[in-house]
Design a binder for this molecule. Structure first.
Ligand SMILES: [Zn+2]
Ligand SMILES: [Zn+2]
Length: 118
């Protein structure tokens, strides 16, 4: 809930307020994920800390070039992730994607990567 609000706030400032929010949960039920992203090309995926499954966010992984792992400021790599989407008017086609995270250790919230869908 708090993470959803943070993404909402960020997306409003970005000019494309999010229309839909979804927590990223592994199919094994685990919510603690590692986050990898490319802020230039726009893309991100998560890796489950329990079963190591990879979760491609919005099929963006194929566009990624320089992948970095996102850590919290406290150096923790286990994050609870949420994805926000802003749609084109009157559609459910994503125009902008926001990936936010909440640290499981220090509770810091933030949007780590966002991109425009083309
Ligand atoms: Zn898993
Ligand atoms: Zn932290």
């Amino acid at each position: 809930m708090e993470l959803e609000k943070e993404i909402q706030r960020y997306s409003k400032l970005n000019g494309y307020p999010m229309d839909a929010y979804e927590p990223l949960v592994c199919s094994c039920g685990c919510r603690e994920l590692q986050l990898f992203s490319d802020d230039d090309e726009g893309g991100a995926f998560g890796i489950c800390t329990k079963c190591e499954a990879e979760i491609d966010i919005e099929n963006s992984k194929g566009f990624m070039e320089d992948t970095v792992q996102n850590l919290c400021r406290c150096d923790n790599d286990r994050l609870e992730l949420g994805v926000g989407r802003a749609y084109y008017p009157d559609t459910s086609d994503a125009r902008w994607v926001y990936v936010g995270a909440r640290c499981g250790k220090c509770n810091l919230l933030g949007v780590y990567v966002d991109w425009k869908e083309s």
